[in-house]
Design a protein around this ligand. Structure first.
Ligand code: NCD
Length: 316
């Protein structure tokens, strides 16, 4: 098994073999999670702290469950209502954490780069659960595992990522991962929601859904991230749905066996038609949630192995 990192901050530093290592181990945890007895002891005796500076339901629950199934002591710190509001800096938070001796720290933060900064100040393994518009590595890994199981491979696929690319850390991590695994990635969305300079990432860009979806194997929809918009990025939600919302007609341009994905939370009737989201023959959205727990178990297991093999001072 190859995985040489102390933290999981993004997809960017990972080699393709390391991505495969995480996914292969996650497969074992998928099997464990389907059993009645779901306990393993890879994190026994370790302390996992979840710090979410942004609201989250599924990602936080997924990390919590993953830690508990592997035997860690898991604690959720309610950062919304806490000392940050009272003016504590990220560095002071790090000092406080060090005194509690956690082994794994799971962090979501509204600012790109904040999780990286924190990882330089704490003496434990840090997992990025989403930082601003930057990266959301475990989401891209769970998406990759879902695709690999549905399509039987994770290379040479045509994959469309659709919608609000500009505000999406999910899109960014997926573009990096799918590119590293040698897939062809297309981005589809209005020009106002396409980041500048995106073509440098080796992707094809479309502003028409039917054209962009032609013959793709995977259709990945994104939520319209209203909370990150400060102006008129789209004319109206109705107009957006008309042009970019995934409905049966637009989906008919993709391959007949194309799968439909969404990281959640979904806005039904804005970026996706509810019936397509619920269609068990096309949608793998529930499977994505299941893979999320397994991938997080695998990532924490691998980081814990490296933590045990190295003196902590290295992390300081
Ligand atoms: C994503 C996120 O937070 O970046 N959601 C998630 O992790 N399940 C995508 C989103 O919020 O739209």
């Amino acid at each position: 098994m190859t995985f040489s990192h102390s933290h999981l901050l993004g997809i960017e530093p990972l080699a393709p073999t390391e991505i495969t290592t995480i996914l292969d181990l996650a497969e074992q945890y998928v099997a464990l999670n389907r059993r009645e007895m779901k306990h393993a002891d890879a994190l026994a005796g370790l302390t996992q702290i979840n710090m979410f500076f942004e609201n989250s339901t599924r990602t936080q629950a997924s990390f919590e469950l993953a830690g508990k199934r592997l035997g860690a002591d898991v604690m959720n710190m309610a950062m919304q209502a806490s000392s940050i509001k009272k003016g504590e800096t990220l560095i002071d938070t790090a000092m406080t954490l060090n005194a509690m001796h956690p082994d794994l720290l799971v962090v979501r933060h509204p600012h790109s780069g904040a999780v990286d900064l924190l990882s330089q100040k704490v003496k434990c393994a840090v997992l990025n659960a989403g930082d601003g518009r930057h990266e959301h590595p475990t989401q891209a890994l769970l998406d990759a595992l879902t695709i690999r199981r549905a399509k039987g491979r994770l290379h040479r696929l045509n994959i469309a990522i659709c919608g609000d690319i500009a505000h999406s850390r999910v899109a960014r991590s997926n573009i990096l991962l799918l590119g590293k695994m040698e897939n062809r990635v297309r981005l589809i969305g209005p020009p106002t929601l396409m980041p500048a300079g995106i073509a440098e990432f080796g992707v094809e860009v479309f502003d028409d859904m039917k054209e962009g979806l032609r013959d793709v194997d995977v259709v990945m929809m994104l939520r319209l991230q209203r909370e990150r918009m400060d102006g008129g990025f789209i004319p109206s939600e109705r107009e957006y749905y008309f042009r970019y919302g995934l409905d049966a007609e637009k989906l008919s341009y993709a391959r007949p066996d194309a799968i439909v994905m969404h990281p959640g939370p979904m806005n039904r009737g804005v970026e996706i038609d509810g019936e397509i989201a619920d269609d068990i023959n096309r949608s793998v959205i529930q499977e994505q949630v299941e893979m999320g727990v397994a991938v997080r178990m695998a990532a924490m297991d691998l980081l814990a192995r490296n933590l045990r093999a190295r003196p902590r001072e290295v992390l300081a």
